[in-house]
Design a binder for this molecule. Structure first.
Ligand code: PGA
Ligand code: ZN
Length: 426
């Protein structure tokens, strides 16, 4: 008998994320199963992201409550989607976009809409006893992503003096995703020793994404520590590569358009020179958000200069938004994109962003947010569409490792059919 996959009810609640802030959890029920999902939240959010609806009521959670989003799910979205089939998440997404009626999902809240979209996909998987991966993209050849592990935190994710937000390690030389995860964990623990011996034990306290937040002030200091840690784990440059997410909007002065980094105030062309010198010294494989979120020209200039060796990845500049991506494609502003479900607010639009990036020859990195939950949805999303990378934080803290652990389960489930994206990046 064919399982019943039509929506009979939708429930939502306020739960806590990894920073202890409230976020939305949704349950979509069919006659045969319940699909549950929860929504992440960023700190260095792009201006053009879909709207995360917060109550603003200072009496609760310092204004960060999400009861309005929760009630929008229960009172508006739930009744509106009754009878919709979970096998067709695209129609569900379209219907919610129509009910919301705004360009940025500001009425119902992208946190409300995304929770339903993710939970509906999962409800279909549960109802039909299939993996989430195969529901997101049926009958494909699946490739597991290279973990992009953020092991030193700076910027808005830590209280040290580093302007650059993230320093990541990328085990491209692994033979499989599971081996890559192991290599990443080994380097992470070597890094802990390197930092403790140089800066003392307090240097190994962790930031929001599980990376260490040592009292450093210079970009080179952080990259040096990564290189030492990789070497001490026995890995050379072909095996473990490095990347940074500058999140440069957070240290750009909007009036002067200069960037305050490493004790200097740099124009965008001087900052480009600086990145080029870092690239030369550390062979950076990825460079994310090197300039502010409006700086398409500066992005294009660095892509032209470094794009052969380095993937220039746009996060805040594109915010997983197709029209901003199209501008970037036309202007050759980058050769990669970071994709985040909650920047755009539905599963099907996220899929469209991944596909557009891939059609344009860009590398794709599916990403978590700095405020996460234990939901490992992105592990399935990345593998389903074969993104080159998954950015899910350090191999530490439950909400981060759950993504990596889910990849381990996925790889085991796929058996000999599992491929690894690192092979193409070496
Ligand atoms: P966010 O950081 O989740 O705080 O935006 C992640 C990133 O910038 O990639
Ligand atoms: Zn970023």
């Amino acid at each position: 008998m064919k399982p019943e996959t039509k929506i009979i009810s939708i429930n939502a609640r306020e739960v806590l994320d990894s920073r202890g802030n409230p976020t939305v959890e949704v349950e979509v029920s069919t006659p045969s199963a319940v699909g549950r999902a929860s929504v992440p939240s960023g700190a260095s959010t792009g201006t053009y992201e879909a709207v995360e609806l917060r109550d603003g009521d200072k009496e609760r959670f310092h204004g960060k409550g999400v009861t309005r989003a929760v009630s929008n799910v229960a009172r508006i979205i739930g009744p509106g989607l009754k009878g919709f089939d979970c096998s067709d998440v695209r129609s569900i997404d379209r219907k919610m976009i129509r009910i919301d009626g705004t360009a940025n999902k500001g009425k119902l809240g992208a946190n409300a809409i995304l929770g339903v979209s993710m939970a509906a996909a999962r409800a279909f998987a549960r109802s039909t006893d299939r993996t989430l991966l195969s529901v997101l993209r049926p009958a494909a050849t699946y490739s597991l992503p290279v973990p992009m592990m953020n092991v030193i935190n700076g910027g808005e994710h830590a209280d040290n003096g580093l302007a650059i937000q993230e320093f990541v390690i990328e085990p491209v030389g692994a033979r499989s995703c599971s081996e890559g995860i192991r290599m990443g964990s080994e380097v992470y623990h070597s890094l802990k020793k390197v930092l403790a011996s140089k800066y003392g034990k307090g240097a190994t306290n962790v930031g929001d994404e599980g990376g260490f937040a040592p009292p450093m002030t210079r970009t080179r200091e952080a990259l040096d520590a990564l290189r030492r840690a990789a070497r001490e784990s026995g890995y050379g440059e072909e095996e473990v590569r490095f990347g940074i997410d500058a999140a440069a909007s957070t240290f750009m002065n909007r009036r002067t358009r200069k960037y305050v980094v490493d004790g200097r105030s740099l124009s965008s062309s001087k900052l480009e020179d600086y990145y080029a010198s870092l690239q030369n010294e550390f062979a950076l494989l990825t460079l994310e958000d090197p300039f502010g979120e409006e700086e398409f020209d500066a992005f294009a200039s660095i892509t032209k200069r470094l794009g052969k060796e380095t993937k220039i990845i746009g996060d805040d500049i594109y915010v997983t938004n197709l029209s901003r991506m199209r501008k970037g494609i036309a202007e050759e502003s980058s050769n990669g994109i970071l994709v985040k479900l909650n920047q755009i607010g539905t599963v099907s639009e996220t899929e469209d962003a991944i596909r557009l990036g891939q059609r344009s020859g860009w590398v794709v990195a599916v990403s978590h947010r700095s405020g996460e939950t234990e939901d490992p949805f992105i592990a399935h999303l990345a593998t389903a569409f074969g993104s080159e990378f998954i950015k899910a934080g350090a191999p530490a803290r439950g909400e981060r490792v759950e993504k990596y652990n889910e990849l381990l389960r996925i790889e085991e489930g796929l058996g000999s059919k599992a491929r690894y994206a690192g092979v193409a990046l070496r």
